[in-house]
Design a protein around this ligand. Structure first.
Ligand SMILES: Nc1ncnc2c1ncn2[C@@H]1O[C@H](COP(=O)(O)OP(=O)(O)OP(=O)(O)O)[C@@H](O)[C@H]1O
Ligand SMILES: [Mg+2]
Length: 232
Protein backbone atom coordinates (compact mmCIF):
# COMPACT_ATOMS: atom_id res chain seq x y z
CA UNK A 1 0.00 0.00 0.00
CA UNK A 2 1.12 3.56 -0.72
CA UNK A 3 1.57 5.90 2.21
CA UNK A 4 2.06 8.80 -0.18
CA UNK A 5 1.04 9.16 -3.79
CA UNK A 6 2.23 12.09 -5.89
CA UNK A 7 0.70 12.57 -9.33
CA UNK A 8 1.53 15.15 -11.96
CA UNK A 9 2.91 17.55 -9.36
CA UNK A 10 3.80 20.90 -10.88
CA UNK A 11 5.39 23.97 -9.36
CA UNK A 12 5.92 27.28 -11.09
CA UNK A 13 7.66 30.19 -9.38
CA UNK A 14 8.07 33.58 -11.05
CA UNK A 15 7.33 32.09 -14.43
CA UNK A 16 9.89 29.30 -14.21
CA UNK A 17 8.72 25.70 -14.14
CA UNK A 18 10.46 24.04 -11.23
CA UNK A 19 8.43 20.83 -11.20
CA UNK A 20 7.03 19.70 -14.53
CA UNK A 21 4.74 16.83 -13.57
CA UNK A 22 6.33 14.67 -10.89
CA UNK A 23 4.93 11.16 -10.33
CA UNK A 24 5.92 8.62 -7.68
CA UNK A 25 4.68 6.80 -4.64
CA UNK A 26 6.10 5.84 -1.27
CA UNK A 27 5.32 2.41 0.15
CA UNK A 28 4.09 2.28 3.72
CA UNK A 29 6.56 1.11 6.39
CA UNK A 30 9.47 1.49 4.07
CA UNK A 31 12.07 4.06 3.03
CA UNK A 32 12.10 5.63 -0.42
CA UNK A 33 15.08 7.74 -1.48
CA UNK A 34 14.54 10.75 -3.74
CA UNK A 35 17.74 11.19 -5.74
CA UNK A 36 19.13 13.41 -8.46
CA UNK A 37 21.80 15.98 -9.16
CA UNK A 38 21.83 19.44 -7.62
CA UNK A 39 18.97 21.71 -8.56
CA UNK A 40 16.71 19.09 -10.17
CA UNK A 41 13.78 19.78 -7.81
CA UNK A 42 14.12 17.38 -4.86
CA UNK A 43 13.62 19.96 -2.10
CA UNK A 44 10.90 21.66 -4.12
CA UNK A 45 9.06 18.34 -4.34
CA UNK A 46 9.05 18.03 -0.55
CA UNK A 47 7.92 21.64 -0.18
CA UNK A 48 5.10 21.14 -2.68
CA UNK A 49 3.93 18.03 -0.81
CA UNK A 50 3.84 20.12 2.37
CA UNK A 51 1.90 22.87 0.62
CA UNK A 52 4.71 25.38 1.18
CA UNK A 53 5.18 25.87 -2.58
CA UNK A 54 2.14 26.64 -4.74
CA UNK A 55 1.46 23.59 -6.85
CA UNK A 56 -0.98 21.69 -9.03
CA UNK A 57 -1.45 17.98 -9.52
CA UNK A 58 -2.40 15.60 -6.76
CA UNK A 59 -0.90 14.60 -3.43
CA UNK A 60 -2.50 11.76 -1.51
CA UNK A 61 -1.59 10.83 2.05
CA UNK A 62 -2.90 7.29 2.44
CA UNK A 63 -6.50 7.52 1.30
CA UNK A 64 -6.71 11.24 1.79
CA UNK A 65 -6.33 13.93 -0.87
CA UNK A 66 -4.24 16.69 0.74
CA UNK A 67 -3.45 18.59 -2.47
CA UNK A 68 -5.32 21.69 -1.52
CA UNK A 69 -4.94 21.56 2.23
CA UNK A 70 -3.13 24.26 4.13
CA UNK A 71 0.32 23.44 5.45
CA UNK A 72 -0.65 23.47 9.13
CA UNK A 73 -3.31 20.88 8.42
CA UNK A 74 -0.95 18.74 6.37
CA UNK A 75 1.60 18.78 9.16
CA UNK A 76 -1.03 17.98 11.77
CA UNK A 77 -2.47 15.19 9.69
CA UNK A 78 0.84 13.38 9.82
CA UNK A 79 3.67 14.56 7.61
CA UNK A 80 6.85 15.19 9.59
CA UNK A 81 9.47 17.40 7.93
CA UNK A 82 13.21 17.61 8.52
CA UNK A 83 14.31 20.45 6.25
CA UNK A 84 17.53 20.93 4.34
CA UNK A 85 20.03 23.02 6.33
CA UNK A 86 18.27 22.10 9.59
CA UNK A 87 16.63 25.48 10.21
CA UNK A 88 16.78 25.45 13.97
CA UNK A 89 16.60 28.54 16.19
CA UNK A 90 20.20 29.33 17.12
CA UNK A 91 19.41 31.66 20.01
CA UNK A 92 16.99 29.24 21.70
CA UNK A 93 18.00 26.29 23.83
CA UNK A 94 17.69 22.71 22.67
CA UNK A 95 14.59 22.21 24.82
CA UNK A 96 13.02 25.46 23.58
CA UNK A 97 13.57 24.35 19.99
CA UNK A 98 11.87 21.06 20.75
CA UNK A 99 8.99 22.66 22.67
CA UNK A 100 8.19 24.87 19.70
CA UNK A 101 7.81 21.81 17.52
CA UNK A 102 5.24 20.08 19.73
CA UNK A 103 1.98 19.38 17.91
CA UNK A 104 0.64 16.44 19.89
CA UNK A 105 -0.78 16.62 23.38
CA UNK A 106 1.74 14.03 24.46
CA UNK A 107 4.92 14.69 22.50
CA UNK A 108 7.18 11.66 22.39
CA UNK A 109 10.29 12.94 24.20
CA UNK A 110 11.08 9.38 25.17
CA UNK A 111 11.70 8.43 21.56
CA UNK A 112 13.62 11.62 20.77
CA UNK A 113 15.86 11.35 23.84
CA UNK A 114 16.38 7.61 23.49
CA UNK A 115 17.76 8.16 20.00
CA UNK A 116 19.73 11.24 21.00
CA UNK A 117 20.60 11.09 24.73
CA UNK A 118 22.98 13.98 24.14
CA UNK A 119 20.06 16.30 23.56
CA UNK A 120 18.69 15.59 27.00
CA UNK A 121 22.07 16.38 28.53
CA UNK A 122 22.27 19.57 26.51
CA UNK A 123 18.63 20.60 26.97
CA UNK A 124 19.59 24.03 28.31
CA UNK A 125 22.36 24.75 25.84
CA UNK A 126 21.73 27.33 23.13
CA UNK A 127 21.29 25.50 19.86
CA UNK A 128 23.59 27.87 17.99
CA UNK A 129 26.53 26.65 20.07
CA UNK A 130 25.98 22.98 19.11
CA UNK A 131 28.05 21.20 16.48
CA UNK A 132 26.50 20.63 13.05
CA UNK A 133 25.77 17.03 13.94
CA UNK A 134 24.07 17.97 17.19
CA UNK A 135 22.00 20.59 15.36
CA UNK A 136 20.91 17.90 12.92
CA UNK A 137 19.88 15.77 15.89
CA UNK A 138 17.68 18.63 17.11
CA UNK A 139 16.13 18.90 13.66
CA UNK A 140 15.37 15.17 13.59
CA UNK A 141 14.19 15.03 17.21
CA UNK A 142 11.78 17.89 16.50
CA UNK A 143 10.00 15.79 13.88
CA UNK A 144 9.95 12.69 16.08
CA UNK A 145 8.02 14.39 18.89
CA UNK A 146 4.83 14.10 16.89
CA UNK A 147 3.19 10.99 15.53
CA UNK A 148 3.46 10.96 11.79
CA UNK A 149 2.42 8.76 8.92
CA UNK A 150 5.46 9.73 6.90
CA UNK A 151 8.69 11.61 7.46
CA UNK A 152 10.13 13.82 4.73
CA UNK A 153 13.87 14.16 5.31
CA UNK A 154 15.99 16.52 3.20
CA UNK A 155 19.75 15.85 3.06
CA UNK A 156 20.26 15.07 6.74
CA UNK A 157 24.00 14.37 6.47
CA UNK A 158 24.88 17.35 4.29
CA UNK A 159 27.94 19.20 5.52
CA UNK A 160 28.58 16.91 8.48
CA UNK A 161 31.98 15.57 9.49
CA UNK A 162 32.37 11.83 8.72
CA UNK A 163 32.03 10.73 12.35
CA UNK A 164 28.77 12.65 12.66
CA UNK A 165 27.50 11.27 9.37
CA UNK A 166 27.77 7.82 10.95
CA UNK A 167 25.96 8.94 14.08
CA UNK A 168 23.10 10.57 12.18
CA UNK A 169 22.96 7.59 9.80
CA UNK A 170 22.66 5.18 12.74
CA UNK A 171 19.79 7.20 14.17
CA UNK A 172 18.03 7.34 10.80
CA UNK A 173 18.45 3.59 10.39
CA UNK A 174 16.79 3.04 13.75
CA UNK A 175 13.95 5.40 12.90
CA UNK A 176 13.56 3.76 9.49
CA UNK A 177 12.99 0.33 10.99
CA UNK A 178 9.69 1.57 12.32
CA UNK A 179 8.53 4.33 10.00
CA UNK A 180 7.65 5.42 6.50
CA UNK A 181 10.20 7.83 5.09
CA UNK A 182 10.93 9.79 1.95
CA UNK A 183 14.55 10.86 2.14
CA UNK A 184 16.67 13.08 -0.07
CA UNK A 185 20.27 12.01 0.48
CA UNK A 186 23.53 12.24 -1.48
CA UNK A 187 25.32 9.69 0.69
CA UNK A 188 24.64 6.52 -1.26
CA UNK A 189 26.02 4.28 1.47
CA UNK A 190 23.30 5.59 3.77
CA UNK A 191 20.68 5.28 1.03
CA UNK A 192 21.67 1.65 0.42
CA UNK A 193 21.52 0.95 4.12
CA UNK A 194 18.01 2.21 4.76
CA UNK A 195 16.06 2.56 1.48
CA UNK A 196 14.15 -0.11 -0.42
CA UNK A 197 13.04 2.04 -3.33
CA UNK A 198 14.56 4.91 -5.26
CA UNK A 199 13.06 7.72 -7.29
CA UNK A 200 15.45 9.65 -9.52
CA UNK A 201 14.67 13.17 -10.69
CA UNK A 202 16.15 15.25 -13.46
CA UNK A 203 15.13 18.77 -14.47
CA UNK A 204 11.82 18.83 -12.64
CA UNK A 205 10.56 15.35 -13.52
CA UNK A 206 11.01 11.77 -12.39
CA UNK A 207 13.23 9.84 -14.79
CA UNK A 208 13.40 6.54 -12.90
CA UNK A 209 11.55 4.66 -10.14
CA UNK A 210 12.60 1.24 -8.96
CA UNK A 211 14.36 -0.91 -6.40
CA UNK A 212 17.46 -0.04 -4.42
CA UNK A 213 19.42 -2.76 -6.26
CA UNK A 214 19.74 -0.37 -9.20
CA UNK A 215 22.31 1.56 -7.19
CA UNK A 216 24.65 -1.42 -7.51
CA UNK A 217 24.88 -0.72 -11.22
CA UNK A 218 27.80 1.64 -11.69
CA UNK A 219 26.66 2.77 -15.12
CA UNK A 220 23.18 3.57 -13.75
CA UNK A 221 24.62 5.62 -10.89
CA UNK A 222 26.96 7.49 -13.19
CA UNK A 223 24.23 8.24 -15.72
CA UNK A 224 21.64 9.44 -13.22
CA UNK A 225 23.69 10.88 -10.42
CA UNK A 226 26.99 11.65 -12.06
CA UNK A 227 29.07 10.08 -9.34
CA UNK A 228 31.14 6.95 -9.09
CA UNK A 229 29.86 4.10 -6.92
CA UNK A 230 33.27 3.61 -5.35
CA UNK A 231 33.42 7.22 -4.19
CA UNK A 232 30.41 6.70 -1.91
N1 LIG B 1 11.67 29.66 -3.99
C1 LIG B 1 12.26 29.56 -5.17
N2 LIG B 1 12.31 30.61 -6.02
C2 LIG B 1 12.91 30.51 -7.21
N3 LIG B 1 13.52 29.41 -7.66
C3 LIG B 1 13.52 28.33 -6.87
C4 LIG B 1 12.89 28.35 -5.58
N4 LIG B 1 13.04 27.13 -5.01
C5 LIG B 1 13.73 26.39 -5.89
N5 LIG B 1 14.02 27.10 -7.00
C6 LIG B 1 14.77 26.62 -8.19
O1 LIG B 1 14.23 25.37 -8.57
C7 LIG B 1 15.23 24.46 -8.96
C8 LIG B 1 15.14 23.23 -8.08
O2 LIG B 1 15.54 23.57 -6.74
P1 LIG B 1 15.52 22.54 -5.55
O3 LIG B 1 16.02 23.27 -4.34
O4 LIG B 1 14.20 21.90 -5.45
O5 LIG B 1 16.59 21.47 -6.06
P2 LIG B 1 17.28 20.27 -5.29
O6 LIG B 1 17.15 19.09 -6.18
O7 LIG B 1 16.78 20.17 -3.92
O8 LIG B 1 18.81 20.73 -5.31
P3 LIG B 1 19.99 20.56 -4.22
O9 LIG B 1 20.58 19.22 -4.48
O10 LIG B 1 20.94 21.65 -4.59
O11 LIG B 1 19.43 20.70 -2.85
C9 LIG B 1 16.54 25.21 -8.83
O12 LIG B 1 16.88 25.71 -10.08
C10 LIG B 1 16.22 26.32 -7.87
O13 LIG B 1 17.04 27.44 -8.10
MG1 LIG C 1 17.65 20.45 -2.08
Amino acid sequence: MSALLVSNLRVEINGSQILKGVNFDVRANSVTALLGRNGVGKSSTLKAILGIYPHSGKVQLGERDITREQTYRIVRSGIGYIPEDREIFASLTVKENLSLAELDEEPNYELAYSLFPELKERANQRAGTLSGGQQQMVAIARALLNKSEILLVDEPTKGLAPRLVTEVADALARIASNATMLIVEQNLALVRRIAKDIVVMDQGTVVFSGGIENLNDEEFVHRHLGVSVRGH
